[in-house]
Design a protein around this ligand. Structure first.
Ligand SMILES: *[C@@H]1O[C@H](CO)[C@@H](O)[C@H](O)[C@H]1NC(C)=O
Ligand SMILES: *[C@@H]1O[C@H](CO)[C@@H](O)[C@H](O)[C@H]1NC(C)=O
Ligand SMILES: *[C@@H]1O[C@H](CO)[C@@H](O)[C@H](O)[C@H]1NC(C)=O
Ligand SMILES: *[C@@H]1O[C@H](CO)[C@@H](O)[C@H](O)[C@H]1NC(C)=O
Length: 579
């Protein structure tokens, strides 16, 4: 009996190995894709999708009816009869019944592991009443052991009338737990008194450079910490377990797929005041592991903190620009300033509601110049966060000086957010070849508060100038900044096309609305170019990965009119990944 089991097990093993090696021996296996297209080998499609309105993001053929996929890539795209020629035995056929298909969305700016971890914590996004915030924290106390940290974030004081929260709000319900809740923009955090005392923050603690400890008129810390002052508390929080962080990636990926996102550009777990080590720990503990276990579901392009440029340059030298078809190496990221909501974005004129506050330059200019020069000399792509008008001009100047010192090359220098631009600045992006990596959905929140912060004139003149950027021929890439805003390209596209916050009747700055096609491109092919991944991704072109999304609508005109649709299915490498 045992003998028989052994024999049958051996036979199965032998067959499995045989099948696996036959796959390896198939002549197409060793051929790079560009050769394949012209080789004499006849490829048969694994999948054909037909009878749809396929928008390709490829200017040489913007629309098609049908597409064939082989080995996870686009084999043919065009009319039905042309695509049908590569059908064969075993080709799966999917009738789209007229539905619109677009390339898989590329979200150009997320904090993917942070977002996944936040899905596992107190979630305060969208909460618009102080009482509701307190109730959620009370609930968290119930399920947390005394002494353990209660973590979470996503709160936005503008949603409950503007009052900034204080330790006092929650001290009586959290006597035995330190609490740390970050603001939706990640540039401000709210601690209770237990957390303040663990961090050693008292009346006598000085503001650290690049940060502020908010205080009462008497000089007592209120519990709110801005930008680098957040480190004081954050450095006390024990790191999340490896298992939690791996779980966070899975949750984040599953969420992304439901929204049609097939690739994210991960800016890391990096805010001013947060240790740059975290992004590297996530890389080794989470991404390397998940990739090795074949558990990646969404493609990621990784950016690392610029102060670690040397480590990243070594990695790229050793490994090239991709670890696999799932993990690409992007570049390095630094910060010029803070955020609008936290009053730390850097402007020429002071904040309307704080006449002495021009914002913060969060990285020392000489340090920033030195790191950027070194990164660029090592051939790395550089992305710098800049929100205020002055911060954007400073970074454009920095780019010019890098280009003149290190010489011309295809460096695809990125400014992240490019949110408020002085007159004349949008045209510099186009002329100087600097990429604007922007997040349309942030304007939904800012439309209501920017006037108060900047004055109505400046807010109207300078905010989210997507059309001006496109008109200057700048490469504009869209993203969400998740978990700062929802990961949801269809929402971002609608926002960029209509610029209408909920409850508004008209657009905010209507001249800056963009077309549906421009918005989709910014979320696909332009996003791919902005991360040097356009050889593989970003459009439904022959040889590229067959990442695509089927939308609920069956009319391009209706889609263009309403700028809205929902996701029916998401495919990665020609395989259904959602639902
Ligand atoms: C394939 O062949 C065509 C025509 O012979 C040629 O123009 C094209 O450059 C080739 N493409 C590649 C990727 O080799
Ligand atoms: C279908 O596409 C092929 C290849 O692009 C083209 O040669 C052919 O004329 C097209 N047929 C029709 C009916 O449009
Ligand atoms: C801090 O200042 C407040 C208000 O002036 C005062 O009540 C409190 O005793 C001070 N705490 C310390 C530790 O000095
Ligand atoms: C950057 O700073 C380091 C250390 O001070 C120095 O050795 C290096 O030459 C600087 N690099 C550039 C490009 O200025």
């Amino acid at each position: 009996m045992n003998f028989l089991i052994l024999v049958s097990a051996s036979i199965s093993l032998f067959l499995a190995i045989l099948i696996a090696s036959l796959h390896l021996l198939h002549p197409t296996y060793f051929l790079p894709w560009n050769k394949l297209q012209n080789s004499s080998i006849e490829l048969v499609a694994d999948l054909i999708i037909k009878n749809g309105v396929i928008y390709t993001s490829d200017e040489s053929l913007p629309f098609a009816q049908s597409m064939a996929v082989a080995n996870g890539r686009v084999l043919r795209i065009g009319n039905h009869s042309f695509v049908q020629e590569v059908a064969g035995y075993g080709t799966q056929v999917l009738d789209l019944e007229g539905k619109v298909v677009v390339p898989g969305f590329i979200d150009s700016h997320v904090h993917f592991i942070s977002g996944g971890l936040q899905m596992m914590q107190v979630q305060l996004r969208g909460v618009n009443e102080k009482e509701e915030v307190i109730r959620k924290i009370k609930d968290a106390v119930q399920s947390t052991k005394p002494g353990s940290w209660i973590l979470g974030g996503g709160w936005n004081n503008d949603q409950w009338g503007g009052d900034l929260p204080t330790a006092y709000w929650i001290d009586d319900i959290t006597p035995n737990n330190p609490v740390w809740l970050s603001r939706m923009d990640g540039h401000m955090g709210w601690a209770n008194s237990v957390a303040l005392s663990l961090a050693g923050i008292t009346n006598l603690t000085n503001n650290p450079r690049g940060g502020t400890i908010m205080r009462t008129a008497d000089g007592e810390p209120t519990g709110l910490l801005i930008d680098s002052a957040m480190t004081l508390v954050v450095s006390q929080i024990p790191e999340r377990s490896i298992d939690d962080r791996r779980e966070a990636l899975q949750r984040a990926s599953n969420l992304a797929l439901t929204k049609g996102v097939t690739t994210v550009v991960d800016m890391g777990r990096y805010f001013p005041g947060v240790s740059s080590d975290l992004s590297w720990e996530d890389f080794t503990d989470v991404y390397l592991w998940t990739n090795a276990m074949s558990k990646m579901k969404v493609r990621v392009c990784l950016f690392f903190p610029m102060e670690t440029w040397k480590r990243f340059a070594d990695l790229v030298n050793k490994m090239g620009h991709a670890l696999s078809q799932w993990v690409y190496f992007g570049g390095v990221k630094a910060f010029a300033d803070g955020s609008l909501g936290s009053g730390s974005a850097l402007f020429y004129e002071p904040f309307q509601d704080e006449p002495d506050n021009y914002g913060l330059q969060v990285t020392e200019p000489d340090v920033l110049l030195n790191m950027t020069l070194e990164s660029d000399l090592s051939g790395l792509q550089v992305a710098i966060h800049a929100i205020g008008d002055r911060a954007n001009d400073l970074i454009l100047d920095l780019h010019s000086s890098i280009a003149s010192t290190n010489g011309m090359r295809d460096r695809r220098f990125r400014i992240e957010h490019a949110q408020h631009l002085a007159p004349g600045t949008p045209s510099r992006f186009g002329k100087e070849g600097v990429i604007a990596s922007v997040q349309p959905d942030h304007l939904l929140d800012d439309a209501n508060s920017a006037g108060k912060k900047l004055g109505d004139d400046r807010a109207e003149r300078e905010s989210y100038l997507f059309k001006s950027l496109l008109d200057s021929n700048a490469l504009v890439a869209f993203g969400s900044d998740w978990p700062v805003a929802d990961i949801n390209p269809l929402s971002g596209i609608k926002t960029a096309v209509r610029r209408r916050p909920p409850t508004w009747k008209d657009a905010w700055i209507p001249l800056e609305c963009v077309s549906l096609e421009d918005a989709i491109k910014a979320y696909t092919i332009s996003a791919a170019r902005a991360s040097f991944i356009d050889n593989d991704l970003g459009s439904l072109s022959i040889g590229k990965q067959a990442d695509f999304v089927i939308l609920s609508t069956d009319s391009w005109n209706d889609f263009a009119e309403a700028a809205s649709a929902s996701i029916e299915a998401t495919y990665v490498s020609g395989m259904k990944a959602y639902p």
